[in-house]
Design a protein around this ligand. Structure first.
Ligand SMILES: NC(=O)C1=CN([C@@H]2O[C@H](COP(=O)(O)OP(=O)(O)OC[C@H]3O[C@@H](n4cnc5c(N)ncnc54)[C@H](O)[C@@H]3O)[C@@H](O)[C@H]2O)C=CC1
Ligand SMILES: O=C([O-])CC(=O)C(=O)O
Length: 336
């Protein structure tokens, strides 16, 4: 209760003053740089804090010349650098960690990225426990539970403030559909639920304007494995960065709009979700209504057809393992 009232007060005062500090952890990377640029272009962001283990001051100096009003500062891994980058943040985006190379799954990134995310989550729990934490680092199905466990261990976990960024899946789905149907992707609102890797990504075309697409196996595969297309095309130089930056900036913008009082802001995101807890799945991506306190309402998955029912079954079994893996990691490796 105490936590909730503190959050409400902060959300109110932030929106009343319209001051929004946004922090990017991993800001000098392939995603971090264009994401920082897009955030600099967002008039809702008043202060931009860019942190990375290398190169953040350079990115900050560069982005700071863009002629919008927000201030930009780069932070290095000095004893106080990370804490200062996080202090007072309303939104923290985390694209820190290694990307895939051809032939790898997102889960293959676990060994490297799990401890990076755990340590950054710890810093967030200490320096900005009330911020909205947006996890981009893969494997999202495991890194989000890692953050939750760290926040719990510090006694500051608020499930309404933790988000796995799955926006790119709906961005892709709407674009791919528009290519098939020769429509404007802006008019294509495709629901994608589940998680963020392979078969855990479940597009629900039966709920779209084009229910016929729910039996289009090629399209379903393309949405589920869209990330692989980019990994293959980049040929060892990483994974999606530009489309991901756009997707991450959209998610941050939606949270800021909701924090500043806009009603009915809905985004797909991987959150601590009541939807399938009875089946042992604690985190799930679905359409979520956002508000000044973060998650306002987790919306139901809705009606699915027989094909989608099967896709969901496949999703559940992988997703459950991915979530467990993240939780177990923190239990066995609590870090310092
Ligand atoms: N959620 C999603 O839809 C997507 C997630 N990703 C994931 O995002 C992550 C980042 O991808 P890229 O930007 O392409 O990688 P990158 O290698 O280009 O950049 C990562 C950055 O993180 C920094 N970093 C590493 N350890 C750090 C730490 N402890 N603290 C702060 N910064 C640290 C690195 O110095 C580097 O600048 C990957 O795990 C990738 O799989 C990528 C695309 C989509
Ligand atoms: O495919 C990857 O490894 C990066 C990612 O999550 C995506 O592009 O959806």
């Amino acid at each position: 209760m105490f936590m909730a009232s503190r959050i409400q007060t902060r959300a109110f005062s932030a929106s009343a003053r319209n001051l929004s500090k946004v922090t990017v952890l991993g800001a000098a990377g392939g995603i971090g740089q264009p994401l920082s640029l897009l955030l600099k272009l967002n008039p809702r962001v008043t202060e931009l804090a860019l942190y990375d283990i290398r190169g953040a001051p350079g990115v900050a100096a560069d982005v700071s010349h863009v002629n919008t009003k927000s201030t930009v500062k780069g932070y290095e891994p000095t004893p106080t650098g990370l804490a200062n980058a996080l202090k007072g943040a309303e939104v923290v985006l985390i694209p820190a960690g290694v990307p895939r190379k051809p032939g790898m799954t997102r889960d293959d990134l676990f060994n490297t990225n799990a401890s990076i995310v755990r340590d950054l989550a710890k810093a967030c729990a200490e320096s900005c426990p009330e911020a909205n934490i947006l996890v981009i680092s893969n494997p999202v199905n495991s890194t989000v539970p890692i953050c939750a466990e760290v926040f719990k261990s510090k006694g500051v976990y608020n499930p309404r403030r933790l988000f796995g960024v799955t926006t790119l899946d709906v961005v892709r789905a709407s674009r791919f559909v528009s290519e098939i149907k020769k429509t404007d992707p802006a008019d294509e609102n495709i629901t994608v639920v589940g998680g963020h890797s392979g078969v855990t990504i479940v597009p629900l075309f039966s709920q779209s304007r084009h229910p016929d697409l729910s039996s289009n196996a090629e399209l379903i595969h393309r949405v589920q494995f869209g990330g692989d297309e980019v990994v293959k095309a980049k040929d060892g130089a990483g994974s999606a960065t530009l489309s991901m930056a756009m997707a991450g900036a959209r998610m941050a913008e939606s949270l800021l709009r909701a924090a500043q009082g806009e009603k009915g802001v809905i985004e797909p995101t991987f959150v601590d979700s009541p939807l399938y807890k009875d089946q042992g799945i604690d985190f799930f991506s679905s359409r979520v209504e956002l508000g000044p306190n973060g998650v306002e309402k987790v919306l139901p998955v809705g009606k699915v057809d027989a094909v989608e029912e099967k896709l969901l079954e496949a999703c559940f079994s992988d997703l459950k393992k991915n979530i467990e893996k993240g939780k177990e990691f923190v239990a066995k490796n609590p870090g310092n």
